[in-house]
Ligand binder design. Structure first.
Ligand code: FAD
Length: 292
């Protein structure tokens, strides 16, 4: 429901250091404000819990996409449009591009940031499953310095994260992996009520490296099926080192069903979400098995 926009305080410090100092003030009064595409919706609906925000948009330290032999590093303010325009990300991390292309519509992709998508900590967000299959790491920064953490460990519960007092997400890095032989499969699929402007009912990202029909490595991640985005680690463990067969398909579907815990809400039901997650796993495995 729309209400009159609540009063809020948005500060625009001159430097990142000043912004970190505000975020580090006692009682955690200040919160980061990036594109505002999540925050402004909460503000308009009267559901904004916090009223004090630090505007990050001017800080070049949080912008840009850098490439080294080991990593692609994205500043937290990287927009979904910038991700889709980057040739290297398109080539090496296509699921992230597919996810970025499914966030809202073009206006949201031009303004919404990857740091905000992670910081908002929704289990239905589009970029996190792709970040999980690519083994992303994120840099958390405060006045005390910076630390890298594995993205896999970042979401600790529904809307809970590893972010400590005064920390913001400054960078996201994706390890660049090359394999001398074999075939690499990238898979992303979001199921929503519509093709655009829909929050996912279920999303699945998969990555696998296959050699002579054997699944040497596999990563599977899912959105909207648990309190956080999750890796399907039991399913991965089953698949790793195996050659696909009809029996393995069925066992994988069953194990996946046992390791996710979707809920029923306004967008879907627990039964539908589980079935669709299993169907998307099957579709991913069809891509994995194509060369057999
Ligand atoms: C019409 C509409 C459609 C949408 N559709 C989708 C969709 O399909 N898929 C999807 O995933 N999302 C969707 N969203 C949600 C939103 O656009 C994304 O989550 C976006 O990535 C948020 O980024 P932002 O920069 O706008 O974040 P903001 O709104 O600025 O911030 C979001 C949250 O993250 C925190 N935050 C921001 N930056 C940082 C940082 N660097 N470090 C720590 N915390 C930070 C903020 O404090 C806040 O809690 C939609 C939103 C709208 C309005």
């Amino acid at each position: 429901m729309k209400t009159n926009a609540a009063e809020f305080d948005l500060r625009t410090p001159a430097t990142l250091g000043e912004a970190l100092a505000l975020l580090g003030e006692p009682q955690g009064k200040w919160r980061p404000f990036a594109g505002g595409t999540d925050l402004m919706v909460l503000l308009e609906s009267g559901n904004l819990m916090h009223k004090n925000f630090v505007n990050l948009r001017g800080f070049k330290e949080l912008r840009g996409i850098e490439v080294s032999p080991q990593f692609v590093v994205l500043g937290a303010l990287t927009t979904f449009s910038a991700i889709q325009e980057n040739e290297l990300i398109k080539k090496e991390f296509p699921c992230l591009v597919q996810a970025a292309a499914q966030v809202g519509a073009i206006a949201i992709q031009n303004r919404g940031t990857i740091g905000g998508n992670i910081g908002n900590a929704s289990p239905a967000a589009d970029s996190p499953p792709a970040l999980l299959i690519y083994d992303a790491e994120i840099e958390l920064m405060s006045t005390s310095g910076a630390r890298w953490v594995s993205y896999d460990s970042f979401h600790t519960g529904y809307k809970k994260t590893l972010l400590g007092a005064g920390e913001l997400i400054s960078k996201i890095r994706l390890p660049r992996t090359t394999r001398a032989s074999g075939r690499t499969v990238h898979y992303f699929r979001k199921v929503g009520a519509r093709k655009a402007q829909a929050i996912s009912k279920v999303s699945v990202a998969g990555w696998a490296h296959v050699e002579k029909g054997v699944i040497k490595e596999v990563r599977l991640a899912l959105g909207s099926v648990a309190p956080t985005v999750v890796r399907g680690k039991n399913t991965e463990n089953l698949l790793k080192g195996k050659v696909l067969s009809p029996a393995l398909y069925e066992e994988a579907r069953s194990i996946l069903g046992g390791e996710i815990s979707p809920i029923s809400d306004i967008r879907s039901t627990d039964v539908y979400r589980k079935r669709i997650a299993q169907n998307l796993l099957s579709e991913f495995l069809e891509h994995v098995g194509l060369d057999q």
